[in-house]
Design a protein around this ligand. Structure first.
Ligand code: UT7
Length: 322
């Protein structure tokens, strides 16, 4: 059996850091409220003209380097993003050109904050069926571009960044299982109303920004993440105590803490970056993974659980032997 194994990871955060104190100058909020309700202390914001593909390329190069591979060995690129550079071509095609690659398949996946899990699921299917051997899976976002910087209920919560994973075909596990779900019933609880087929000329500027009923999303996220964790463990006959690390999507520290509690994991076994990165949507899991691999917490052979929840609603998980 062929598995997809994580050969290397990379991350990139834009240089500019915006603290909660900085936001106090912009909207009616306080550092205390943001820390207390979300766990966020600061976020990175892309420079003027810095695009999602720019972030993705650096994260990808770092992942390729960490894997000790030559870029020419990459034979599939999937970019998870809901903030692409252009309507088309896909951000993945732009990344492909920037990496100096030709002809290999490259495409985007949009599943909002669950995008990385969806992209990982697709790449895993490519590798396990012989369709690719070395797949770059990137989550990259410039969430700052779809924020209304006068809306305190959303602008304090998000940040920009990119994370990448290079998956390599191997006889050893690897990605053990992936689980993805969606429910379009909840479209309007978390959305950016503007879109191409809605017609630009009819769109108010505010429709181009994130609209979220935070409290309702919060409740749904907590219950759904509990269910997906159970589905993943029982589907693989794995007990909570076999897990070394939970690497969750980083939307809110209270959601992450609730997920850890349901899994009876100590917070020492949970990778948390929401304080430093805020919610970087599809970039948050690969960024958190990269941080914890580089600082030596996550070690080869350990069992990891990734889980995410986002607009759609979409949600998903992956059980991974690193
Ligand atoms: O990644 C995709 C999925 N997204 C999520 O998972 C996000 C889910 N939601 C959340 O993380 C939380 O719901 C929030 C952090 C967005 C909000 O926390 P909350 O505890 O649910 O607060 P709330 O929305 O119930 O608002 C409480 C109060 C409100 O005032 P009133 O109506 O009680 O007077 C808000 O107007 O807090 C007010 N508020 C703020 N106050 C200071 C909202 N935003 C702010 C702010 N600063 N930035």
């Amino acid at each position: 059996m062929t598995f997809a194994r994580i050969a290397g990871t990379g991350g990139y955060l834009p240089e500019r850091v915006v603290t909660n104190k900085d936001l106090e100058e912009m909207v009616d909020t306080t550092d205390d409220w943001i820390r207390d309700r979300s766990g966020i202390k600061r976020r990175h914001i892309a420079a003027k003209g810095e695009k999602t593909s720019d972030l993705a390329v650096v994260a990808a190069e770092r992942a390729i380097e960490a894997a000790g591979m030559d870029v020419s060995e990459v034979d599939l690129i999937i970019v998870a993003t809901s903030t692409p550079d252009k309507v088309f071509p896909s951000t993945a095609c732009i990344v492909q050109r920037r990496l100096g690659l030709r002809k290999i398949p490259a495409f985007d996946v949009n599943a909002a904050c669950s995008g990385f899990i969806y992209a990982l699921d697709v790449a895993n299917r490519f590798i396990s069926t012989g369709g690719a051997r070395n797949a770059l899976v990137i989550g990259s976002e410039t969430m700052s571009r779809i924020l209304d910087w006068t809306d305190r209920s959303t602008c304090v919560l998000f940040g920009d960044g990119a994370g990448a994973v290079l998956l390599r075909a191997s006889n050893e596990a690897g990605i053990i299982s992936t689980h993805i779900h969606s429910d379009g019933e909840f479209e309007e609880l978390l959305h950016v109303p503007a879109g191409i087929s809605s017609g630009y000329d009819t769109v108010q500027q505010e429709a181009a920004f994130i609209h979220m009923k935070g409290n309702e999303v919060f409740r749904k996220a907590v219950s759904t993440l509990g269910n997906i964790a159970r589905e993943t463990l029982s589907g693989n006959n794995i007990k909570q105590e076999d897990l070394a690390w939970l690497v969750p999507h980083q939307a809110n520290l209270r959601i992450i803490t609730a997920a850890a509690k349901k899994l009876e994991l100590s917070m020492d076994q949970v990778i948390v970056t929401v304080d430093e990165h805020a919610n970087t949507s599809s970039a948050s899991i690969p960024l958190a993974l990269d941080v914890a691999i580089r600082d030596g917490r996550i070690k080869r052979g350990e069992l990891l659980l990734f889980e995410a929840f986002g607009a759609g609603f979409t949600w998903g998980s992956a059980l991974v032997r690193y």
